[in-house]
Design a protein around this ligand. Structure first.
Ligand code: F0G
Length: 458
């Protein structure tokens, strides 16, 4: 047996089509060579993101029918609150429509003009945007290994405690709004943080009296890696691990569209009562009343059930192994990928894939477009286009990691479809010398990767 065994069976299917070669060439050209601008119906296998793309279970769908659509005090809110208290261990819950809603609220609660530095173990696009829109900065304090695609360190998401302390001393502790730690770091390739590192970040922050806020978006997958790789955790239950992880923070923001197996939703959770009370006041202005925060009652119910389901050890084992199944096939074909294989997808190293394409011609963007054109598989650029320009100088920043993210939705695609994806990428790799780069012809100011347009260089 090659692929991982699915701990579910399929009750409902959705038809998909594959456009022919000519239609794909036309579709990607019309999309300005930006996979975000493709129409979903023109895509056969959609690996753009693992966000909001999960298949819900029969139990979650049953929960959708039990939506209590009251403006205030919905039963589903209390179910959600209880799930979060039990699975993650936080005391207080403020629902939001999705992760960036919670990012907005936490930024407004904790960032002040004179206190606007938010060190983080590698940026995420929307997280950084919220800090910068309030005039702040997000210095990178992830360990060096995270920037090295081939380095096989098992916890490449760890915060570098020396880098963090240097930022605190150089900027002044009074300037730090909070220290931000992301689980299973997305931009590094879905790389986990160790429990030991979380504990040490907490200790360091205690010694400077700083708040610690987690981006717990992919914390269940991170907990799986702790169980798999960290000494002392192999016999512990995923929820026990999650409870310990979260105990090292004052609050977290959470995009429920990933590990909670729902199509929409998010929240802010806290142990710190002051953060909670301020967040609860602001959520009413920006998202909705504090017992729905932009979600329908039925969405809260599906989320409440999905948070629990997503911590089932058998499910997490299958999930992680399916991602590995794809990654290992690509490695067999000698395709350069980020190692170790991460939690939510396989990340292609575009600099090695296309050594002949200069960085100013956007190798990752080119690769994502070429994969679509070849096979109707949609992936996402995660390199210089996503990174954006330096706020002060206006220059493009070219990060070490120039990647294409091949992100796997949860419980959606079969192992055979993973084989199709691997074969498709192999075909592009075999023809790589014939592929030329792109030039950017339209560039929005904020989060440019979503809507930028490109043309092929002659
Ligand atoms: N934090 C992390 C680590 C994320 O990956 C995301 C979203 C967010 C916050 C924002 O959450 O989308 O619910 O508003 N990541 C998606 C992705 C968009 O494709 O990786 P959101």
């Amino acid at each position: 047996m090659r692929g991982p065994i699915e701990p579910f069976k399929i009750k409902m299917v959705e038809r998909v089509r594959i456009l022919d070669q000519e239609q794909r060439t036309e579709a990607i050209k019309n999309a300005g060579y930006n996979t975000f601008l493709l129409r979903s119906e023109d895509v056969y296998i959609d690996l753009l993101t693992d966000s909001g793309t999960s298949a819900m279970s029969d139990d979650q769908w049953a929960g959708m029918m039990l939506g209590d659509e009251a403006y205030a005090g919905s039963r589903n809110f209390y179910n959600l609150e209880k799930s979060i208290q039990e699975v993650l261990g936080y005391k207080y819950v403020v629902p939001t429509h999705q992760g960036r809603g919670a990012e907005h609220i936490i930024s407004r609660v904790l960032i002040k003009p004179e206190k606007n530095i938010v060190p983080r173990n590698m940026y995420f696009t929307t997280s950084k945007a919220h800090v910068e829109l309030l005039g702040g900065e997000m210095p990178d304090v992830v360990i060096d290994e995270a920037h090295e695609p081939e380095n096989e360190y098992p916890f490449k998401g760890n915060t570098d405690l020396d880098k963090l302390e240097r930022v605190i001393i150089e900027k002044g502790a009074e300037k730090i709004a909070y220290v931000n730690v992301e689980m299973n770091v997305n931009m590094a390739g879905g790389q986990p943080v160790s429990m030991e590192n979380l504990r040490k970040v907490r200790e360091l922050c205690n010694s400077y009296d700083l708040k610690v806020v987690f981006d717990a978006t992919r914390s269940s997958e991170n907990a799986y890696f702790i169980k798999e790789r960290e000494e002392g955790y192999s016999d512990r239950d995923i929820r026990e691990i999650l409870n310990e992880m979260m105990s090292y923070s004052d609050a977290c923001i959470y995009s429920a569209k990933k590990d909670c197996l729902v199509n929409i939703g998010g929240f802010l959770a806290a142990n710190d009562k002051e953060i909670y009370e301020k967040a609860r006041n602001l959520v009413v202005v920006y998202e909705g009343l504090h017992t729905y925060g932009g979600m329908a009652g039925r969405d809260m119910e599906a989320l409440s059930r999905g948070l629990r389901e997503g911590t089932d050890a058998r499910y997490l084992d299958y999930r992680t192994k399916q991602v590995r199944y794809l990654g290992e096939m690509l490695m067999e074909y000698k395709i350069p990928i980020v190692k170790p294989i991460g939690g939510h997808g396989v990340f292609l190293n575009a600099l090695k894939f296309f050594p002949h394409i200069p960085r100013e011609q956007w190798p990752s963007q080119t690769l994502a477009a070429a994969i679509y054109e070849g096979s109707a598989v949609r992936t996402m650029e995660r390199g210089a286009v996503s990174r954006g320009r330096d706020h002060k100088t206006g220059e493009n920043i070219f990060p070490n990691l120039e990647l294409v993210r091949v992100t796997i939705p949860r419980r959606v695609y079969t192992n055979t479809q993973m084989e199709y994806v691997a074969e498709s990428i192999k075909e592009v790799y075999e023809n790589r010398d014939r592929i030329t780069g792109l030039k950017m012809v339209y560039e929005p100011r904020d989060l440019r990767f979503f809507m930028a347009r490109f043309e092929k260089v002659a």
